[in-house]
Every structure is written in C-alpha cells, then in structure tokens.
Design a protein around this ligand. Structure first.
Ligand code: 4AD
Ligand code: MG
Length: 430
C-alpha cells in the first residue's frame, strides 16, 4: 500500500510504502534511525540489522542527507515522538543518492540560507511556517465564503496608484506606462458596488527602500470591501476575521506550532472583541512611555507600534489618524475633519501593523477636492469618481498583510521566512 506520512495514523499495524527524502540520520552497529520527510510530514523509520537483508542495512546506514527513496515497513505507535508513529523498515529502494547537500544540520548564516532558499524550504522549520501560511489562507476563504463575500480578482497591472506614488514599480504597457498593483482597493470598491461584500487575495508590490523585519517588496494581501458598512462595522469584521484565523491555526496546526516552539497560550487569548484606542490616546501613551520624538501629526514607526502593543495581550486598533498622514480616499470624521475614519490593527508581541483599513469617502464633491489636492488626473482615476456619482453608498474595507500575520502566528522574527521566495531590497534570487 502506497501512502504518505500524513496518512500513516490510519495504517497502524500495517505494511506501507512511502516516497520520502532523508532529512537526518543516526546509526549504531545494529540499528539505523532515519528521519524521513515526504512533504506531508516528518517521521522516524527504524532499520534493524536483524530485520532486513544486509544490503538494505548497509544502504540505510550509509544513506546521505536528502537522498530520495521508496521505503516500506510496518507502522507502529511511538509515544515519544510528537507525531506518534514510526516505521519498522523491511525494504528500501533508493531513487537518487544526494551528494554533498549544502544545508547540514549544523548552524548556517542567514545569507547562506537565503541563497539556498530553494533547498532551505525543505527544513522542518520552514515546512511548518509554510503549512501555517496555508492554513491562514484556507481559513480566510472559509471565513469570507461563510459570511457571504464574493472573491474578486483585481488587476495586477494598473494605471492607478492606491497608496501614494513614491513606492510604485513602473513597467511598460505597450505604449503606456503602467504600475504593479500596490493594493486592489480601488477596483474592490467598484466590485463592492456590484456584488455587495467582496474580498481579494493576491500579490501586491511596493518599491519601499525599507530594510526591516516587517517589509517585503512583494507581499500578499487579503482585502475585503463592503458596501453599506461604516467604519465600526468594518472593525467588527476585522476582529471576527482575525480571531477566526488564529483559532483555526491553533486547531489545525498543532504539530507545526510545536515544531516552531510557539507559545500558544498567547494565541489562545486572541478572541474578539479587540481593544480600540484613538490616535490621540496613542500619542499620549507614547509620550508617557518616554518617546520624545512623538507629537500629534507624526506617523508611527515600528518602535512606537511595539511600545503600544506591549500594553495589550490582544491586537489593538489605533483609530482616527490625522488625515494628513493617511491615504486620499479615507472619509473624514464628521465630528472632526482633521482626522479620518480609519484604523491600523497592531499585532501583539512586536509583530507590528497587520491591517490597514478605513471607511471610504462616498461624497463626489469631497472626492473631487481630494483629487485636486493630490494631483490625481487622467483616465486612471476618472472611473473611480463615477463610483461616487451613480448610487454612492457608505462603504469600508481593509487589507491584511499575509506575511506579517504568518510571522506573528508562527513566532518567526523576520518576514523573509514567511513567503516561499521572498523579494527583499537586495534580493531577487532564487
Ligand atoms: O496599510 P496598507 O498600505 O493598506 C492598503 O494598502 C489599503 N489599500 C488596504 C485596503 O484598505 N484595502 O497595507 C495593508 C497591510 C499592512 O497593514 C501590512 O500588514 C501589509 O499590508 N503591508 C506589508 N507587508 C509586508 N511588506 C510590506 N512592504 C507591506 N506594506 C504593507
Ligand atoms: Mg498601513
């Protein structure tokens, strides 16, 4: 019977064959312990000299890291391993012997690992992070499908900038200039007027010269947009969504969280509602914590976000930022036009801003005024004004950065480990 490591628990007491690679090995005179991986999981296989032909025992004993094989044996319970099962090997068919695999079980430097990202992905730690990433995506589709959202796919090649013009990747679109999308939001607003509640999940690009543990040049964003929902309605969706994702990861990624030695007691607390503080309060809080560089009107950086997050054990919404430092499309607070109806959601434990969202301007005249202030002209933006002309309604939306969320839930320091092939300031390969 051919199966995979993930299916092994179904075959206790039976003989199965698995296609696998050798991730590590330990052996003595009479026994070899092979650490197998097959993509679906990791498992130990035990080869006893007394149980197999001499050539099979020699093959097992001398097998090199990352050699590939079909391996056959009886599945037995193994209470000592977190996986719970191991294989008592009866036969091995070598597919390829791997010679001099560069990533050995010893420590390697980050640059070396990044240069070998195509192989580094095979490690148990990277495997766990990718599985958690996958679970966040799966739970995202489940949450939005169950709540009546339609998935729509905004274009990647665009003529309009959604988040300011300084961080655009320019490209040639035949005779015209185009950009790689920074956010699907403008198109999602159009889609929400057609379909009510929509969400997208796709790659976004920012030519940011930031070299921090939270910034990627290419990252993936989940962007819901909802017609007839105001700022507060949107905050409720956000806290429900994030809680659902965190609880799904806790339920479905136990082995992976264990491999990563993630402190799950911190994640268990992540349940809606989340605390909310205004930008004004955040400024006061930071002054009280001794930040001399903070005064009303400045944007917050990573140290500020971390300092605010320290006071909470759940993600915290910072609401109503100054209009000056936020995007052109955000709706001013009707009671105070110097701030906008927006919020950033700051993750606990120093993982920074994971969501940016807002209620959008729905008034045609005000949007025209913003266009003038921001010098937004031409066909790239004309259509967006028409959304305010034909049956404009209150609407809100937000964007969750997938990689920062993966970093937080996995407990990994740097976003470079949260995407299969990170694009960083100085890295386009592999
Ligand atoms: O706050 P941002 O720029 O918001 C928008 O793009 C809105 N148009 C979204 C919307 O309302 N539909 O980005 C949203 C999130 C951030 O909170 C952060 O998690 C992530 O995207 N993000 C990045 N992640 C990794 N690397 C970068 N360079 C990122 N820039 C933003
Ligand atoms: Mg933001």
């Amino acid at each position: 019977m051919k199966t995979t490591i993930s299916q092994v628990p179904k075959y206790e007491g039976q003989v199965v064959t698995i296609g696998a690679w050798l991730s590590n090995k330990r052996s003595s005179g009479k026994i070899a312990f092979l650490q197998l991986r097959d993509g679906t999981g990791f498992m130990q296989a035990v080869v006893a000299k007394s149980d197999v032909a001499e050539d099979i025992f020699q093959l097992a004993k001398n097998m090199t890291q990352e050699s590939s094989m079909y391996i056959t044996g009886n599945i037995v319970e193994d209470k000592r391993s977190p996986f719970g099962y191991e294989m008592q090997v009866s036969d091995i068919k070598l597919i390829q012997e791997a010679v001099d695999y560069p990533i050995t079980p010893k420590e390697h430097g980050t640059e070396f690992l990044m240069d070998h990202r195509h192989l580094w992905l095979r490690s148990k730690r990277q495997h766990s992070v990718m599985k958690i990433r996958n679970e966040i995506i799966r739970a995202t589709y489940q949450f939005f499908n169950e709540n009546g959202y339609v998935k729509v796919d905004p274009p990647i090649l665009t003529g309009a900038s959604a988040e300011g013009t300084t961080e655009l990747f320019h490209t040639q679109y035949f005779d015209e200039e185009a950009y790689l999308s920074q956010s699907g939001q403008l198109y999602l607003e159009a889609a929400a007027m057609a379909l009510g509640k929509v969400f997208s999940f796709g790659p976004t690009f920012r030519a940011e010269k930031s070299k921090t543990r939270r910034h990627l040049i290419e990252f993936w964003m989940i962007e819901p947009e909802m017609a007839f929902m105001d700022h507060n309605d949107s905050l409720e969706v956000q806290e429900q969504y994030v809680s659902f994702v965190v609880q799904s990861v806790l339920t479905n990624c136990k082995l992976e969280l264990d491999t990563l030695e993630r402190d799950t007691s911190k994640l268990e607390k992540i349940k809606a509602p989340f605390p909310r503080i205004s930008y004004d309060d955040a400024v006061e809080m930071l002054k009280n914590k001794g930040f001399d560089d903070v005064e009303w009107g400045v944007d917050f950086g990573a140290p500020h976000e971390t300092a605010i997050a320290e006071s909470f054990d759940k993600p915290v919404f910072i609401t109503n930022y100054p209009a000056e430092i936020k995007a052109f499309y955000m709706k001013p607070d009707p009671e105070r036009s110097d701030v906008v109806l927006c919020a950033d959601l700051i993750a606990p434990e120093g993982y920074g801003e994971i969501i940016g969202g807002s209620q959008r301007i729905d008034d045609l005249e005000l949007m025209k005024q913003r266009y003038e202030e921001h010098d937004l002209t031409g066909p790239a933006y004309k259509w967006y004004l028409e959304l305010r002309q034909y049956g404009s309604v209150p609407h809100s939306g937000f964007g969750l950065g997938l990689e920062r969320t993966v970093a937080w839930l996995s407990g990994v320091e740097h976003v470079r480990e949260t995407i299969p092939f990170p694009r960083l300031l100085n890295r386009l390969y592999p």
